[in-house]
Design a binder for this molecule. Structure first.
Ligand SMILES: *[C@@H]1O[C@H](CO)[C@@H](O)[C@H](O)[C@H]1NC(C)=O
Ligand SMILES: *[C@@H]1O[C@H](CO)[C@@H](O)[C@H](O)[C@H]1NC(C)=O
Ligand SMILES: *[C@@H]1O[C@H](CO)[C@@H](O)[C@H](O)[C@H]1NC(C)=O
Ligand SMILES: *[C@@H]1O[C@H](CO)[C@@H](O)[C@H](O)[C@H]1NC(C)=O
Ligand SMILES: *[C@@H]1O[C@H](CO)[C@@H](O)[C@H](O)[C@H]1NC(C)=O
Ligand SMILES: *[C@@H]1O[C@H](CO)[C@@H](O)[C@H](O)[C@H]1NC(C)=O
Ligand SMILES: *[C@@H]1O[C@H](CO)[C@@H](O)[C@H](O)[C@H]1NC(C)=O
Ligand SMILES: *[C@@H]1O[C@H](CO)[C@@H](O)[C@H](O)[C@H]1NC(C)=O
Length: 667
């Protein structure tokens, strides 16, 4: 990282830098101390926060946020991105998806305990009377006896029980059920039902599972704990979440969810991003850990739910697609049951029997219901069934969001409704809910834009902590809030989830002692600890190819782009002071330094916009200013803030505003 980038970023770490300390001491000694102690960023004393719109700076509305950058730390600066950027707008269109309601209308209704015939709909199926009409209730399950554990479809094994006939309604006694209804012995309707019955809690035999649970060091049964629910929506960048799921986003914001702005993916597609999240290791290390080859199953892998299970949690793995399952797509899946609740068997049967509306990669509908909705309803049912126990659930939606940028729009309403229901049932009181994605869209025209390339690498993460968390784990809470604007990865999610298994590990005094240990260069850092500001892609184990942090490249001061950028910076400074006639108009004296700010590797870099960081001296007064300017087509705009790098002394005695003082030379 170049010197100039360091100096740019060091504005953020000002307290350790004597130059700024000195300046601050003069300007606001006491206040500085207060802010240092309270661990708040001090940068707004040094820099003038501005919006990103081209040269639109009105002093009356000085924004406090640093919208010019997504994150801006010593080790990593990610360019500022706007959800509705001009380069992206043209890709936003309402999705054109055929609805599941075009499937056969549903002849059966159900709730948590019963399935019944909707008699009024019989006429739709040309059934004039119910004398020759009947339905067959057929439970199915994943048998424990395995004939051939090496067979490719060992995870797809299934056994159907015999029929129980009914013509009106039937009480449900199973997890997975297929119902076929016939008239005069001809099947006229078929439907699949997924239930979440309470199961006995069967603890692991740790020895059998070949996992060393003593690493945890404690028996965690019956300690204070929260449910932990991770819900994934495949292929949604942070900004695409803003664009396509505004209702869900608004609800989460209203509830105080914490968003990770600097969450950078570590691998191309789902698997290499979920392996670090669920196991804390790189997918390429699986070979030597627990998964020697494609023909092996994942049973011996150290997947996080094993630890939750050992701590007394019920565990669940639910995905809305069997074919595209995280551990099944081109892989063997599991031989045993990975979790207490495992939907793969159900989804596989539903897909091959009543899956319809196949779009590119997956069936979107199960009968007349979206597969993603089947999953959401299932999660909700589980929370009802297990409300007096603890649940660790990992759920993943892929069917609707995987292939098309705008499809998530179709799910927004349902996700919001789902969250509202969990909230209303007060389940969220005791639950840590993580809503996230693995990466942004990896193909399509948006990927040919610079923003699209960055979005692909910056999936969304929203973490909703229960209200009591804030009170009981104040340090952990403050840290995770602050980490919102740090460089983070799926490895950190793993460390964070591990911390939730034993809440003693995040008590204030423990956090206090943990933060004194040297973890700054660790690959996985719990979000309940302060993520170091000097974290780089390298220390965070993000390959260069996926890294969205700027790299700076020195360019000549005489470069036309540099001169343009410098002149635009001075123009901008003059706009800032335009309402202050006592301040002299500034002129460009000299360009002291210039770098091009670049992201990603050379060969993939598109030239949509470029950003130049310049350091200039102005006259009169010799003020030295540093700023990053973005050129988008012909427009220049400011990315982030302008910093003053030398003292203004009494040059600006004629203005009182602490920020304007940085720019004003009193004439
Ligand atoms: C509707 O039901 C008929 C008769 O069972 C079946 O052949 C057809 O595939 C169903 N259509 C859809 C879209 O499921
Ligand atoms: C489910 O439906 C059955 C039959 O209609 C009804 O008796 C039962 O009360 C319902 N249960 C719930 C929880 O709504
Ligand atoms: C036949 O249908 C009627 C309503 O149309 C219902 O009340 C009755 O219970 C049904 N008979 C049987 C055997 O299910
Ligand atoms: C399990 O881990 C603990 C602590 O790391 C270690 O002392 C112990 O020997 C391990 N046991 C086995 C069977 O590997
Ligand atoms: C944990 O402790 C409880 C009660 O103290 C005990 O019943 C249980 O067997 C223990 N579990 C394990 C896995 O040691
Ligand atoms: C464990 O927790 C349950 C539910 O909170 C409680 O009813 C039970 O008394 C606890 N058992 C022990 C040994 O603390
Ligand atoms: C959930 O939290 C709300 C507000 O914080 C409180 O009024 C309510 O009693 C809590 N419910 C449960 C079941 O703890
Ligand atoms: C970050 O700072 C810590 C000390 O605060 C240091 O131990 C670590 O080596 C630094 N990491 C990098 C990548 O500079």
């Amino acid at each position: 990282m170049g010197r100039s980038l360091k100096s740019l970023n060091c504005i953020r770490c000002a307290p350790s830098h004597f130059k700024y300390l000195f300046l601050l001491a003069i300007v606001c000694g006491a206040i500085f101390l207060f802010f240092t102690i309270s661990n708040t960023t001090v940068d707004f004393f040094l820099s003038y926060e501005t919006p990103t719109s081209p040269m639109d700076f009105r002093r009356s509305s000085i924004p406090e946020s640093d919208e010019g950058f997504t994150i801006n730390t010593v080790g990593c600066t990610i360019p500022g991105l706007r959800p509705f950027d001009d380069s992206i707008k043209k890709f936003i269109t309402p999705p054109d998806i055929s609805q599941c309601r075009y499937a056969n209308i549903s002849l059966l209704g159900s709730n948590d305990t019963h399935i019944w015939v909707i008699h009024e709909r019989l006429q739709y199926y040309n059934v004039p009377d119910n004398v020759s009409f009947s339905c067959c209730y057929k439970p199915f399950y994943r048998p424990n006896t395995i004939l051939d554990i090496t067979s490719n479809d060992v995870d797809e094994r299934v056994k159907y029980d015999t029929c129980v006939m009914f013509a009106d309604y039937i009480e449900v006694a199973n997890e997975f059920v297929k119902v076929s209804c016939s008239y005069h012995l001809k099947i006229i309707y078929e439907s699949f039902f997924l239930f979440a019955p309470k199961k006995p809690f069967i603890s692991y035999q740790a020895k059998e599972k070949k996992v060393n649970f003593t690493d945890l060091g404690r028996n965690l049964t019956n300690k204070t704990s929260y449910n932990v629910i991770v819900i994934g929506i495949d292929t949604v960048s942070r900004l695409n979440f803003y664009r396509t799921m505004p209702k869900t986003l608004t609800f989460l914001k209203m509830k105080g969810a914490i968003e990770l702005l600097g969450y950078n993916k570590v691998g191309d597609n789902t698997f290499p991003n979920l392996t670090p999240m669920l196991m804390g290791i790189k997918d390429t290390d699986l070979k030597k850990t627990c998964w020697p080859d494609l023909r092996s199953s994942f049973d011996n892998c150290p997947i996080i739910w094993k630890w939750f299970k050992e701590a007394g949690y019920y565990t669940a793995l639910g995905e809305d697609s069997a074919k595209l399952g995280t551990f099944n797509f081109g892989k063997m899946g599991f031989v045993g049951n990975p979790t207490d609740y495992y939907t793969h068997t159900f989804m596989h049967e539903a897909e091959i029997n009543v899956g319809n509306n196949k779009d590119f990669n997956s069936f979107i509908c199960m009968g007349n219901k979206y597969f993603y909705q089947v999953l959401l309803d299932y999660i909700e049912a589980l929370t009802r069934t297990l409300k007096s126990s603890r649940l660790f659930g990992f759920f993943w939606e892929v069917t609707l969001s995987h292939d098309y940028l705008n499809y998530p729009m179709a799910m927004d309403y349902s996700y919001e409704k789902f969250l509202r229901k969990l909230d209303k049932s007060q389940y969220l009181n005791d639950t840590v809910l993580v809503l996230l994605s693995d990466h942004g869209i990896r193909w399509g025209n948006i990927r040919h834009t610079k923003q699209g390339r960055l979005e692909e690498r910056l999936p969304f993460v929203q973490i909703l902590l229960p209200p009591s968390f804030r009170e009981n784990y104040e340090y952990a809470y403050n840290n995770i809030k602050q980490n919102s604007r740090r460089l983070t990865t799926p490895f950190d999610i793993h460390a964070t989830l591990m911390d939730l298994i034993d809440l003693n590990k995040i008590k204030d005094e423990i956090i206090d002692s943990r933060r004194k240990t040297s973890y700054a260069n660790e690959r996985s850092i719990s979000l309940f600890l302060p993520i170091p500001t000097n974290r780089t892609c390298k220390t965070a184990a993000i390959d260069d190819h996926w890294c969205t942090c700027y790299k700076s490249r020195k360019i000549l001061d005489s470069d036309k782009k540099v001169i343009d950028a410098a002149q635009n910076l001075v123009k901008h400074l003059n706009v800032l002071i335009q309402d202050q006639p006592q301040c002299a108009q500034l002129k460009l004296d000299e360009i002291l330094d210039a770098s091009e700010m670049m992201v990603g590797t050379q060969h993939e870099r598109e030239k949509e916009w470029s950003e130049i960081m310049v350091v200039v001296r102005t006259l009169p007064g010799g003020g030295v200013f540093e700023a990053t300017l973005r050129q988008d087509e012909a427009q220049w705009m400011l990315a982030g803030t302008v910093s003053r790098l030398n003292l203004y002394g009494d040059q600006s005695r004629c203005v009182q505003h602490y920020q304007l003082k940085l720019f004003c030379f009193c004439q």
